[in-house]
Design a protein around this ligand. Structure first.
Ligand code: PLP
Length: 365
């Protein structure tokens, strides 16, 4: 007899992970929006120091890291939640807030983890299409908020479309959502957004107890492999709830130590952002010069077409180009896995990787 799984196991979609991790170092890994940079100064040493004590469990209160984040943002530590990556907090938020009869609202195309949140909890999902500029349509999202809504997700800048909304628009949206509905703003890429000061949104979470800002050490801080993320919560009850639904030691000691050290290198973060934004501008220009359509990126990746307008079979075109790039040892994400055929999401790598990508793409087009 076969094992009998719960009903939700039939509902939960399989996350479309990028491949390529078992390949050699000669590949340009432009498929998962990671930082192309090595560890920040001091992070290797801090991680090795923590390694000496791995016979101990990690601090389940994550107190040193929470205090470091509290100092950086001038924010109460009891309203800072830590996670094994910010996805850990997303899934815990789903478990803490959602259940059959409840509703979850988010935009699409957006982050591939969101569909899992409703599927895992039995809540109803309302998916609101992005607007013509591939940005969140906040008016349409507001119109979907009902008495059953528990959670609204706003991904800013949005993955996979790279676009961002100005903070003013998000503030106005939050003001129009009932107080009992959690508005979670996923800011995994906020450091790369030049529309607003990346930290201006903290004001939003200070003013609205129902707002949560979700951030991560996986992108600009370059710690994706260690798994550490955090949330600034409008009220302490959110942190307590997401801790209630998880195992006690959800964030490992190496990740906590590395993240705490990484936070102290903001000058280097600024340099990384400047380099990424400079590369972004160059890549956007070159892709447009190839006749492709490129969304207005505020992130460390680009969302662009792979077919020129009028292509008869964009899906076939997408497949051929993504495969052709992989043969040339450049990995990008096919748009069809992320919600749009004929498009792709390409992470901004080092100058050399970006050059390789552009040369290979020009050849294939
Ligand atoms: C990469 C990403 C995250 C971060 O995930 P981690 O679990 O922190 O690695 C969160 N949200 C979005 C939209 C992302 O693209």
């Amino acid at each position: 007899m076969a094992l009998e799984f719960s009903e939700k196991i039939r509902r939960i979609p399989v996350y479309p992970t990028a491949g390529g991790y078992a390949l050699g170092d000669e590949y340009a890994m432009l498929a998962s929006n990671e930082a192309p940079f090595g560890p920040l100064p001091g992070v290797e040493e801090a991680t090795l120091r923590a390694l000496r004590n791995v016979n101990r469990y990690p601090d389940p209160s994550n107190m040193r890291l929470r205090r470091a984040l509290a100092a950086r943002y001038d924010f109460p530590p009891d309203r800072i939640a830590i996670g094994a990556g910010s996805c850990d907090i997303l899934l815990s938020a789903a478990e803490a807030l959602l259940e059959p009869g409840a509703e979850l609202v988010y935009a699409w195309p957006s982050f591939s983890v969101y569909p899992q949140m409703a599927a895992a909890t039995g809540a109803r999902t309302i998916v609101v299409p992005l607007d013509a500029d591939d940005r969140h349509d906040l008016d349409a999202m507001r119109a979907e908020v009902t008495v059953a809504t528990r959670l609204v997700l706003v991904c800013n800048p949005n993955n996979p479309t790279s676009t961002a909304l100005p903070l003013d628009a998000i503030s106005a949206f939050v003001a129009g959502v009932p107080r009992n509905v959690c508005v979670l703003v996923d800011e995994a890429y906020c450091e790369f957004n030049v529309l607003d000061d990346p930290d201006a949104s903290i004001e939003l979470v200070r003013r609205h107890p129902n707002v949560v800002l979700l951030r991560t050490f996986s992108k600009v801080y370059g710690l994706a492999g260690l798994r550490c993320g955090y949330a600034l919560c409008g009220e302490e009850a959110f942190r307590v709830a997401v801790e209630q639904v998880r195992q006690p030691f959800f964030c490992n000691s190496l990740a906590q130590a590395a993240a705490e050290e990484a936070l102290t290198h903001q000058d280097e973060i600024t340099r990384r952002v400047e380099q990424t934004v400079a590369e972004r501008i160059g890549l956007e220009e070159e892709l447009r010069a190839l006749g492709l359509t490129v969304a207005d990126s505020q992130a460390n990746f680009l969302w662009h077409s792979l077919a020129r307008n009028g292509d008869a079979d964009p899906a076939a075109r997408e497949r051929a180009i993504v495969e052709g790039l992989a043969e040339r040892k450049v990995l990008i994400r096919a748009g069809s896995a992320l919600g749009r055929e004929g498009w792709a999401r390409t992470t901004i790598g080092t100058a050399a990787e970006n050059r390789r990508f552009l040369d290979a793409l020009a050849e294939l087009l």
